[in-house]
Design a protein around this ligand. Structure first.
Ligand code: HEM
Length: 573
């Protein structure tokens, strides 16, 4: 027995060490091989005469990126990087007399090989003239939340079919018709803000505005997806469901690299993602199944509404009647959960931060705020307290707020949000645009993630006169005015067939929020108070502004959730 025990100990110890050593060696060899492959891609481009920034075999472009970001706060969002490249292209490409239309960026092992469109015509090529398929990372990131049963992950014929089925639910007509219903949530949002104001027209205590705008955006998506009657069945579960989705979104990792792979594969993260999805399936499941049954029953008195849940039921019923595979009730629930998961993912923090940015820029530009208030007086009636009633009575009024619309567009030009990541394809080349100095040059895309980022276009002085100024009127002037935006230059919701399906919902929500807020409340950032409250001694800023975009793998948020204080404009008697 004793001899056997010693033998098996020796056996296991030696073999475990061997296996571990072999695994480590395999990982190292794979890492070095991949590194060599990636670096070689850039060297080949250089040798073929394509513009490439100074490239190192060891560091790729990491040194350049480090230099560009050295004055940025460490938590600044990655969206700033393409813009910094744009601003510094002359130094980065000393041999080029014209700005390269495409930047090949090597940040491996922290990111996959990247190709950044640097001019508008290139963005148009990859999203509009040809809509490249989405990057694998974009699907991978959504998998824990939607199992890729969602419109954002779908491709080809399946995507086309579902986009066609869901488009009517997101049309301006449908959204305008739903405004009275959505107004309920906007009023709750207003009440939450009002409760933060100080007494008798004084400033209230500082708090992060984004906590409230995120609640608004989440509740709007729930209401919009289900409609009031079906949503009521979820009432006791809504908070838990929102938390599950938001928690999964926070755990998303876009590029897996040496800095985060342990977190990515970590069992705790895996467990939380699994549990969140299970919460979604068990929370949404019964309500979705009930709705499917109601709309399927022969002779039942339930009518289809213009909600998204009903559009999904209808599409699903058609597939079932056509004998398509995967049309069991469980498949339906998985599909509907996937769709709502992606709507919440794509639509909540994006819209929430946009509302914050508009309010921030209004506070910084009192003349613009005054003009917006005057427009609301004229269109929505002189009594701000009656605004919700006025909008409920005539929801179309929201679509006539032209100045407000221009302010939103200019805010989102200055502070855009996410872009799109597409997959380069073998045999697909970006053509050097006319007048670029690179006419006809064929830029390869295969092997690269094509990252079209609105910061690159929205901050381009060649596209936008007086680029650093906040000028809502550029979206109002006649098209022969030099200030008038060039076609396709405003890309807040991206362009082409895979543009944002929820854009009118987001714009309507922002307008409703402004309509109810701007004449009743003053809102401004309160950083000093925030620093005192949090004991913060390290004030960092971007463009001399404490409010800047932060985040890594998710859509950008405003720094610290944008700490503000609020006061009532007309203190209640
Ligand atoms: C200010 C708010 C928003 C911004 C800035 C925004 C931005 C974008 C952008 C840039 C895309 C293209 C992404 C890509 O190609 O990878 C996109 C797609 C998408 N957005 Fe939005 N979005 C917003 C609000 C919403 C809302 C409210 C919803 C739904 C409730 C939504 C749902 C979607 C979906 C489903 C897609 C994928 C569409 C497809 O692939 O066919 N978004 N959004």
């Amino acid at each position: 027995m004793a001899i056997l025990a010693i033998d098996s100990d020796t056996f296991s110890g030696r073999h475990v060490a061997w296996a571990a050593g072999l695994l480590l060696a395999t990982v190292v060899v794979h890492f070095l091989h991949r590194g060599y492959q990636v670096r070689s891609m850039y060297r080949t481009l250089q040798n073929q005469g394509f513009p490439v920034m100074e490239h190192s075999w060891v560091l790729g472009h990491l040194k350049i990126v480090g230099k560009l970001l050295q004055d940025m706060p460490s938590d600044a969002h990655g969206n700033y990087l393409p813009m910094l490249i744009l601003e510094n292209w002359r130094t980065l490409y000393p041999n080029c007399t014209q700005r390269p239309p495409v930047v090949y960026l090597d940040m491996w092992p922290f990111a996959q090989p990247l190709l950044l469109p640097m001019t508008l015509p290139v963005a148009v090529q990859v999203t509009q003239e040809r809509s490249l398929i989405k990057a694998l990372e974009q699907k991978d990131i959504l998998h824990p939340l939607t199992r890729n049963r969602d419109i954002s992950s779908m491709e080809g014929a399946e995507w086309k079919l579902w986009r066609k089925r869901l488009n009517p639910g997101f049309s301006i007509q449908t959204i305008t018709g739903r405004i009275p219903d959505l107004m309920d949530e906007v009023e709750k949002f207003y009440a939450a803000l009002e409760s933060r104001a100080g007494p008798n027209g004084t400033w209230g205590a500082v708090f992060p505005l984004e906590t409230e705008t995120i609640k608004l955006a989440l509740s709007i998506i729930f209401r919009f997806f289900f409609g009031p009657r079906v949503q009521a069945r979820l009432a006791d579960k809504q908070a838990e469901l929102e938390n599950a989705v938001v928690d999964s979104v926070k755990r998303m990792i876009f590029f897996i690299h040496i800095g985060n792979f342990l977190t990515y594969w970590g069992p705790w993260r895996r467990f939380k993602l699994w549990r969140n999805y299970r919460t979604m399936m068990s929370g949404f499941g019964p309500v979705l199944e009930q709705r499917l049954t109601e709309l399927t029953q022969q002779g039942g008195d339930e009518k289809r509404t213009d909600t998204l849940v009903d559009a999904i039921v209808e599409g699903f019923q058609v597939d079932r009647e056509n004998g398509e595979p995967n049309t069991s009730d469980d498949d339906f629930i998985e599909l509907a959960v996937g769709q709502i998961g992606t709507f919440i993912f794509a639509g909540h923090d994006t819209t929430a931060s946009a509302i914050c940015w508009v309010l921030h820029l209004l506070a910084q530009h009192p003349d613009v705020l005054a003009r917006m208030r005057a427009e609301h007086d004229a269109v929505l009636g002189p009594d701000p307290a009656q605004v919700a009633a006025a909008i409920r009575a005539n929801p179309h009024l929201i679509n006539t707020l032209t100045y407000t619309n221009a302010v939103i567009k200019e805010t989102t030009r200055v502070n855009p949000n996410v872009g799109t990541m597409r997959r380069g394809e073998p045999g697909y080349f970006i053509t050097g645009p006319q007048g670029s100095g690179y006419e006809g040059m064929q830029f390869p895309t295969y092997g690269f993630v094509v990252w079209s980022n609105p910061f690159s276009y929205h901050r381009d002085p060649e596209l936008w006169p007086r680029v650093h100024e906040f000028l809502p009127e550029r979206f109002l002037v006649a098209d022969n005015d030099p200030l008038h935006p060039q076609k396709d230059a405003w890309r807040f919701f991206e362009m082409g067939p895979r543009n944002c399906i929820g854009q009118y919902l987001a714009l309507t929500e922002i307008k409703l929020a402004l309509a109810i807020i701007v004449r009743q409340l003053d809102i401004e950032c309160a950083w000093d108070e925030w620093d005192r409250k949090t004991g913060n001694k390290k004030a960092r800023s971007v463009w001399q502004d404490r409010a800047y975009h932060v985040g890594t793998d998710s859509p950008p948020h405003v720094k610290d959730g944008m700490p503000v204080h609020i006061r009532l404009r007309q203190p209640k008697q």
